[in-house]
Design a protein around this ligand. Sequence first.
Ligand SMILES: [Zn+2]
Ligand SMILES: [Zn+2]
Length: 892
Amino acid sequence: MTGSEFDLAFFKEQGFKRTQCPKCKRYFWSLGDWATCGEPPCEEYTFIGHSPMNQRLTLHEMREAYLSFFEENGHGRVKRYPIVARWRDDVFFTQASIYDFQPWVLNGVIEPPFNPLTISQTCVRFNDIDNVGKTGRHFTFFEMCAHHAFNKEGRFIYFKDRTVELCHRFFTERLGTDPGKMRYVEEWWEGGGNAGPCVEVILDGVEVATLVFMMYRDTPEGRKPMEMTVVDTGYGLERMTWVSQGVSSAYEAVFGPVVEWLKGLACVRPDPLVLTEYSKVAGATNMRTAADVRRIRETTAERIGIGYEELMRTVAPLEDIYVICDHSRALMLMLNDGVVPSNVREGYFARMLVRRALRSIRSLDLDIRLAEVVSRQIDHFQDIFPELRENREDILGLVQVEEDRYFETLGRGKQLVDRLVKDLREGEKLPVERLIELYDSHGLNPEIAKEFAPDRIDVPDNFYIQVAARHERPEAATEASGDRPERMPETRMLYYEDPELVEFEGTVIAEVDGGVVLDQTAFYPEGGGQEWDLGTLDGKKVCRVIKIKTAIVHFVEGENPRIGAKVRGTIDLERRQQLMRHHTAAHLINGVARTLFGNHVWQAGAHKAVDQARLDITHFENLSTEQRDLLEREVNRVVLQDRPVHIQFMQRDQAERLHGYRLYQGGAVPGKVIRVVEVEGLDAEACGGLHCSHTGMVGPVRIARTKRIQDGVVRIEYTAGMAAVAGMQADKRLVEGLGDMLNVPAEGLPEAVGRLQEELREQRKGIERLSAALNELSVKALVGSAPKVGPVRVVVHEALPGEDPEEMSKRLASVPGTVAVIGVPGERARLLVSRSSDVKLDCRKALKRMMAVMGGGGGGKPDFAQGGGGDASRLRDALAGAFEIISKEIEG
Ligand SMILES: [Zn+2]
Ligand SMILES: [Zn+2]
């Protein structure tokens, strides 16, 4: 057997044997006499009830055992990176420890924090969400323990040999595993444009770790060796804890006190035998689809010798408990790391977790709030991740708001479902598309929709995987590309060197997209939500300035100066200063809002023009008037404190160490060096915009209004400096103008308007009284002059403006021996026929005959009918024939 990637000195010295697994045909190394590679489905779990390790560790103990072992062996211990991967623009969430170092460490832009290093990285994945709770081993939130080494030319750390040795020693020396039990399976790994050999580490049927050796990268010309080779390991913290405890499922091993508390509340005491068999069967099944989950259950039931239904009675409540545990852990960290639940982007997944967890709480019939569960998770984790202690109130507040929203949704849910189901044909089921719509647009879980219409709704087993897949990645930014050279020319950006520079000279070096590129310029281009500078180039008006890669492109009115020409530029300083004030104010508002409302506040967008500006922040509801005023006050306080604004170019890693990932308020930024704008003691952001050097220069900041522009995002419209002064003056003029109209000074306005309203009320009452009197008089006059049919008076009347026809009709019918026909003119003319109770007449029949003249319709009761429509111009004709119709009806 030659040519193995893993003919390692370590294996040879220790006496490892290389064997081919007869089942899966893969090669593996071990010290024992093993027939197969040991990985399911070649073998089943054998550790349940008999842990191969000589110690039982909790999740927290296992993490510490791991990190301290690698620390003792020369690795720097690195704090976890956030779960939201702000330093990348291609993914929302951190899904493996290597994400922390992609792309900036791997492409050589920055150095890793230590080399080699060890970390326990918090991760979330949603591609198995429907399996969580059901398989004994799937999680949305998990920790990946890892040791990484980055080998560059001239600085070799370690590669395959040392990696396998460290792994082997960790399991055998530190965790006390019998060395003969360890099996190392040879594999090949590919992902994210990289590839290399890897080994899967199998212990008693479980893959406890994967050791990847990245050494190739894919290029358009094919696969090439990497300049830097990388040791990328991943040890499942949850799995190692599970194996160490040898209990029936990973959930039982890692959910700690929270799972025990929930079991007690729900009075669930599972049979360990059932769980053990279930986990073994699940472990041996390659889990891909929901059909796999069903097969696991059937096989388990068969092996234990009970019916499927009986098995489900045991496992179903447990599955709900596990879902609550898993989702509350994931939520705790997602909210801590700055996700606000919503229906888009990262927020979508937080909302999905809340709704699924609440559904499970509901199906267990537990009388608890989700925030209570999350609070217990924080108790369990805050010593490990101290940031949880700091953000506790913020996290619980977000959960409560989201929980309340969910109950509102439930209230509307039945109506929504009824409406959709009504349109189905006999026997037809609601299409999955509609279910997804119910969930995506209305937040209604399909399982709950099914409760409203059990016969009409089937929920696909992989429902949440389907919806999660739709929201998985950020939308790729589309970059417009015009007529551009292969290599962009480079412009020296004078505005960074001296933001006060208003006159400069430059040479035209290229034309791009119809615009002029200079060797150097003081014109700030559009960017970071800040509008571009105006001014002139050789006297020609500059209308727009943009940045394309390294080039600043100026668009001028009229003909472009020719390439090679020297030009003189002038900047409109007043506009520039106003833009700087607005931009700096955005940082102040963002920083103050985060201080006031919680760490979940992030910038979600911004635009700074000359006369107005806006900042969008992530927050769960619009600001109240009090909050808006408080924000405005505190921002102006920071202005008055005249704090310095430090702007410096920093190495990316240094900036991250100093300020954390809050730097990336405007999204991920490229490059080895980033420009950091720091308002002392308040806010630091990676930002390419132009800023005031002190907060005092921002001038007054005035928040015009705030509004919720989308789920989880609040827009703050503001002005600063002279634009704020203009706004305040406009407000004053508005108030003064109103005062002039009412002839009172501004401070007298509330009283004057109050008086006006009172007068209006009085007048309205007067009009009502007059109208009643008028009706009374009209009724008397009409009855007195009405022609008779026998003893019955027949009043026929066309309503006058100001009369209330309904009221008159009623009053006339209250006079004994009276029939009243009232015509109401108008675009849609109406007829009202009423009678007193002692007259024998069917008003409906009479009305019908009168309406025949106009061609309209109507109806009512025997003593009152009304109609309308048809030809309005024939109302008078209808009234003219009314007496005759009534007399015929009465006599007949
Ligand atoms: Zn095998
Ligand atoms: Zn900025």
